[in-house]
Design a binder for this molecule. Structure first.
Ligand SMILES: [Zn+2]
Length: 294
């Protein structure tokens, strides 16, 4: 599943390629993945209100891409588990981001292509989704504040308002929660997924099972620093390569080689030499060093 750095990488690439372009037409092959003002499968209005609009901005909130249009509408795109965005320039060059399947050797469009946005300059944006959990939602821009999935999101970890003091207050309110599942809770903090939660806790030398309310001030400071540092470093590398993610240029994300605990079960800890453990915690797995995280 693409996490925050991966979606941010796609946003930056989308922003570069798509912003300023005018939509000529839209082809919807799987209506159930589209919504118009909250109504599922309303392909007629979905298409009608995209046609002729110019893309003015590409933003992101957590893992949701927010594409602002010139006609008072906004398109929300969520890749969920297996979504993929592929941009085809007018010269035929492809750039892809999201899930690695179908891979770059499979021609687009293909049977997993559920929507195609055609731009007036001849370029195209394809939305593929193997498991069909992703979505394209067109909503009136003025109603974006009422959008449920955006409203309930916790603070954005890369926002300047997310300070160590703010983080400390947030943790106090959820004192009994175990820190790792809490970091994954999108209502608590938005966009931090399994990989970056494990890596941030390793950075701060905190066990994933510690209750949030028991963290010492210096640990909170270190964890806050870890979250920001690791996310920023990963964005600079184009995200992390996992089996469900490639960048828009089709390259595997470059952050994988920096991972210290995630996916390194039974390997030696690079900090102390002990063996990295993997446990079940809540619905997810947690990777950590049992010796230098406490
Ligand atoms: Zn260690």
């Amino acid at each position: 599943m693409p996490e925050l750095p991966e979606v941010e990488t796609i946003r930056r690439q989308l922003f570069k390629e798509v912003v300023g372009k005018r939509i000529k037409s839209v082809e919807i092959k799987l209506p159930k993945l589209t919504y118009f003002n909250g109504k599922k499968s309303d392909v007629k209005n979905f298409s009608k209100n995209l046609n002729g609009a110019r893309v003015t901005k590409a933003n992101r909130a957590a893992k949701i891409l927010i594409i602002t249009l010139s006609n008072d509408y906004t398109l929300l795109i969520h890749l969920k588990l297996t979504g993929q965005l592929i941009y085809r320039a007018k010269n035929g060059n492809l750039k892809r981001g999201g899930h690695p399947w179908p891979s770059a050797v499979v021609e687009v469009p293909n049977k997993w292509t559920h929507a195609i946005i055609h731009f007036t300059d001849g370029s195209k944006l394809y939305f593929n989704d193997l498991r069909q959990f992703g979505y394209l939602k067109l909503i009136e821009t003025k109603k974006i504040g009422e959008q449920k999935e955006l409203k309930k999101l916790g603070p954005e970890p890369l926002d300047k308002n997310f300070t160590p003091e703010k983080f400390s207050e947030m943790l106090k309110k959820r004192a009994k929660a175990k820190i790792k599942p809490l970091l994954l809770d999108q209502n608590f903090l938005s966009g931090v997924g399994n990989i970056y939660a494990d890596e941030s806790l390793f950075y701060a030398k905190i066990l994933p099972t510690r209750p949030a309310g028991k963290l010492k001030p210096e640990e909170i400071k270190k964890l806050h620093q870890g979250i920001k540092t690791i996310l920023q470093k990963s964005i600079a590398q184009g995200g992390t390569s996992s089996d469900t993610y490639v960048t828009l240029t089709g390259q595997k994300g470059g952050y994988e080689k920096y991972l210290k605990v995630y996916g390194r079960e039974k390997e030696k800890c690079q900090r102390c030499g002990d063996i990295i453990k993997r446990i079940k915690l809540g619905a997810r797995s947690a990777h950590f060093c049992p010796k230098c995280q406490y």
